[in-house]
Design a protein around this ligand. Structure first.
Ligand SMILES: [Zn+2]
Ligand SMILES: [Zn+2]
Ligand SMILES: [Zn+2]
Length: 157
């Protein structure tokens, strides 16, 4: 498996995304711009509430419901996608970052996995059930290498 899992195409800039929103008949509102800036900023996989807190730090009068509505619209336009990484609420990131997720149930760490990792499963599911899996939508839960090493160490004692 190649280590170069990340999509090499650089994510579009906020202005390019807003241009796309306008082309699709949406409005490039201030709250939408701030929200996109937060999504482009370091650290993806934020919940709607986390994003709302960040937006409200800049524009305190933006309501959580507005954030939800904006996320929904941006998702409909194919700019943003969400993923379920565990038991918590959905997390959002830019659609340009396509990857699967491996989520540790012990420490909560999330690994971004290249979609190719799921090729074998995708083929098997298609062949056996005619089912097309979407590995971007849900995380595969399990235990990360660090936690497994710690658990193995504890057992050895
Ligand atoms: Zn992700
Ligand atoms: Zn979902
Ligand atoms: Zn872990």
């Amino acid at each position: 498996m190649s280590v170069e899992s990340r999509q090499s195409s650089a994510p579009a800039r906020v202005d390019e995304v807003l241009a796309r929103v306008r082309e699709a008949g949406g409005r490039a509102t201030t709250s939408r711009r701030i929200l996109l800036e937060r999504l482009f900023a370091e650290g993806s996989h934020k919940t709607a509430e986390e994003l709302a807190h960040e937006v409200q730090r800049i524009a305190p009068d933006v309501h959580l419901s507005t954030i939800y509505r904006n996320l929904e619209e941006l998702e409909r336009l194919g700019v943003v996608t969400h993923a379920h990484l565990g038991h918590g609420p959905a997390t959002y990131h830019l659609a340009t970052e396509t990857h699967g997720h491996l989520s540790c149930e012990s420490c909560g760490a999330t690994l971004e996995a290249p979609l190719g990792l799921f090729d074998g499963l995708a083929e098997a599911a298609r062949a056996a059930f005619g089912f097309e899996i979407d590995p971007r939508h849900f995380a595969v839960l399990g235990h990360c290498a660090a936690c497994r090493a710690r658990e193995a160490g504890a057992e050895a004692d």
